[in-house]
Design a protein. Structure first.
Length: 337
């Protein structure tokens, strides 16, 4: 009896926290034309001549901080668990494979396994709740490029985004309740940042994106594929689930690279503002990630916590990601069926 193929794809992780492995990861990641969307020659000079050589040793040290002796990379560890749990949930009629957009296990190897299993169809689920050209779009492009070379191409479908998935929203809200939301002065929804130019490219009208201060506050036909607008929607739904008033939470963006304008407000600027207002305890979601990783376990838990304390605050508490929560596996199964 033929099976249906499922390919879960997350962003990726170095094979180890060593400098050579981090270099390989950063090189593949940052040379992606959708991640740094500038002419190839400029991108090559920037990535291979400046970013990778100087950033790799520092980034390797950060990975060392979160790398577990038994389980290794948290992102890979939880991604493997998610794939196994989804396989158990779906049963023998499906074959679930895990891939990473960058490094291992590769998308090419995941597709090859599904091809060898003679699956009747392939559904690709990029594990990014909010659509962005640099994440979901990049996965889609590579899958289509690889499969287009096959002599026979099975039916293929993609999950474009799941920013408003009810079960995902519930998991994030439940995780927050463990920390007693009411004991915090303010709540942050800190999403991974993107250059503003990438948002502008997603506005096919050329007349809406970033033209007003509230262009991302509500979803409509013009911005329905906008990463920022989908992020604001995710935050709104989690806040609603928790009964948070709008004045008690802020949507912001972290992990800025370079000096050009990125999506605002920047998380660091929000930390400064809240500290100046006398806020002492912050609860921080990172709803762009379905598994805890460098950006959550170090950037928020360590860097932002230390920065906030130097500004006069007391504590920054991360709301853990979806990880191996059974309700998130139910959400994935719902996307399949």
């Amino acid at each position: 009896m033929s099976k249906k193929g499922i390919l879960l794809v997350n962003l990726g992780t170095p094979d180890s926290p060593s400098v050579p492995d981090v270099k390989k990861y950063l090189d593949q990641f940052l040379m992606d034309e959708r991640v740094i969307d500038i002419p190839k020659l400029n991108r090559t000079l920037l990535v291979k001549g400046a970013i990778v050589p100087f950033r790799s040793p520092k980034t390797a040290k950060l990975y060392t901080e979160i790398w577990d002796e038994q389980t290794g990379s948290p992102l890979l560890y939880y991604s493997v668990l998610q794939a196994r749990m989804l396989q158990d949930k779906l049963g023998d009629g499906y074959q679930v494979e895990l891939a990473m957009r960058y490094q291992n296990p590769s998308i090419e190897s995941g597709l090859a396994k599904l091809k060898a299993a003679l699956v009747e169809s392939i559904q690709v689920i990029p594990l990014f709740p909010q659509y962005a050209s640099a994440s979901t779009g990049s996965v889609m492009q590579l899958v289509m490029e690889l499969v287009s070379k096959w002599p026979t191409v099975p039916p293929i479908s993609f999950v474009n985004s799941f920013h408003d998935n009810e079960l995902m929203i519930r998991v994030f809200a439940d995780n927050a309740r463990k920390h007693q939301v009411e004991s915090f002065d303010h709540v942050l929804f800190s999403f991974h940042g993107l250059p503003e130019r990438q948002l502008l490219k997603c506005d096919h009208t050329g007349s809406y994106c970033l033209k007003t201060a509230d262009c991302c506050q509500t979803l409509n036909d013009t911005n329905k594929f906008c990463y920022s607008a989908q992020g604001h929607d995710t935050a709104r739904l989690i806040a609603k689930e928790l009964g948070l008033a709008k004045e008690n939470y802020t949507v912001c963006f972290q992990s800025r690279l370079g000096k050009e304008p990125w999506v605002q407000p920047y998380t660091t600027d929000v930390l400064k503002r809240l500290a100046a207002e006398g806020k002492k305890r912050l609860l921080v979601f990172s709803p762009a990630f379905v598994a805890d990783c460098l950006e959550t376990l170090y950037e928020i838990t360590v860097e932002y916590h230390e920065e906030f304390r130097t500004l006069g605050g007391e504590h920054v508490q991360l709301v853990e990601s979806l990880n191996d929560n059974p309700l998130f596996i139910d959400a994935l199964a719902g996307m399949v069926k």
